[in-house]
Design a protein around this ligand. Structure first.
Ligand code: IMP
Ligand code: MG
Length: 338
């Protein structure tokens, strides 16, 4: 039985710098001189995700493998994930070539396999209509639900198959974000998995074991893919355009330009509450500062501030007023530190 699980979850539409938080937590050393976490695990999604991690000032991008591998910690692709073997092996090569120990990487035997057929279907029927990442995610989960899918245990080399031992402290690394969740996002503009922290229990532990929930947010909103709440005309707003450039808002997985909007604080507070976030990190504040304009929407109105400090104080006050579980709020800069 595990001791405890902490969860890192995205509070928006993905791309909230979860990788940064996970990597800071995964590299934490406990009082006993050992890493605080015994395993970092992902519970949902596949290589539609793109995680950016900085190790010793160097930038690494991964899509499938959890970030524990960067810090010598066991890294598990959980049973609720989907995995494209070719991409998986490619990522292992990339990690090994950069000196990381890929024997730490394990895949749950029941993890479903993304096939070329899934990818072809996604490309042909979904990519354009829904703005998917074309990684075969929806067709793979569809086959899983229809019970005609294939499993990692039957496809991958046995050295990568997890023996299902779960012990010590677990760090669960979320992918995507709350508003892409299949049940809580704006269907059908969602992904096909559970992105909320309860999804982490699919790794195989009871909900009572979850202690801290680290919610990752950004000080402005971004969206890759289709979404009627993020209309294309946002691309025409000259100030938002500068914000997108300053924040380098391009997809890690697809290279697509992300739509950018002022932070919707009502949705952020809703996300904090639905996830049970105890530790909130709002990133990319330096980008806002560089822009020199400070706005967000709250209660359906656009609110303007004279400075970043004024804006962050307003966010902090509003979140604390409406989110009783919050213990800690941190406003951080991009890209490295919390
Ligand atoms: P799918 O997960 O590839 O089916 O894409 C469904 C929707 O989720 C699309 O709008 C994608 O842009 C979005 N999406 C999926 N994964 C990510 C991610 O890691 N970051 C941001 N958006 C994502
Ligand atoms: Mg991402």
């Amino acid at each position: 039985m595990i001791n405890k699980a902490d969860v890192v979850v995205g509070l928006a539409w993905g791309d909230e710098a979860k990788g940064k938080i996970t990597s800071q937590l995964a590299s934490t050393i406990g009082e006993d001189g050992l890493p605080l976490y015994d395993m970092v695990a992902r519970w949902g999604g596949g290589n539609n995700a793109g995680h950016t991690v900085y190790v010793n000032e160097k930038k690494y991008k991964t899509h499938l493998v959890p970030s524990g591998v960067f810090y010598g910690v066991q890294s598990l692709v959980g049973p609720g994930c989907v995995l494209h073997p070719e991409s998986f092996y490619k990522e292992l090569d990339y990690l090994a070539n950069n000196g990381f120990d890929t024997s730490l990487v394990k895949v749950a035997p029941n993890c479903h396999i993304v096939t070329e057929k899934h990818i072809a279907f996604d490309r042909k029927h979904l990519a354009k209509k829904l703005g998917t990442t074309s990684r075969g995610i929806a067709p793979c989960y569809a086959d899983k639900a229809a019970r005609v899918g294939s499993l990692a245990v039957d496809v991958l080399e046995s050295e990568y198959i997890w023996d299902e031992t779960l012990e010590g402290n677990l760090l669960c690394e979320g992918a995507q974000g709350v508003w892409l969740d299949i049940d809580h996002g704006l269907y059908p503009y969602v992904t096909s998995s559970v992105t909320l922290p309860y999804g982490a229990c699919s790794i195989g532990f009871p909900a009572q074991k979850i202690e801290s929930v680290w919610g990752a947010a950004k000080i402005y909103d971004t969206r890759s893919g289709e979404d009627p709440r993020f209309p294309f005309r946002l691309f025409d707003d000259p100030v938002l355009k500068v914000l997108a450039d300053l924040g380098e808002e391009f997809g890690v997985t697809t290279g697509r330009r992300r739509k950018v909007n002022w932070l919707n604080l009502d949705m952020l507070i809703k996300a904090v509450n639905i996830t049970g976030t105890t530790h909130l990190v709002v990133s990319k504040c330096d980008v806002m500062k560089k822009l020199g304009q400070f706005r967000l929407s709250y209660g359906g109105k656009l609110v303007r501030f004279l400075s970043l400090d004024e804006m962050t104080a307003y966010i902090e006050r509003s979140v604390r007023e409406r989110s009783p579980l919050i213990e800690f709020i941190r406003f951080s800069h991009s890209p490295k530190e919390i």
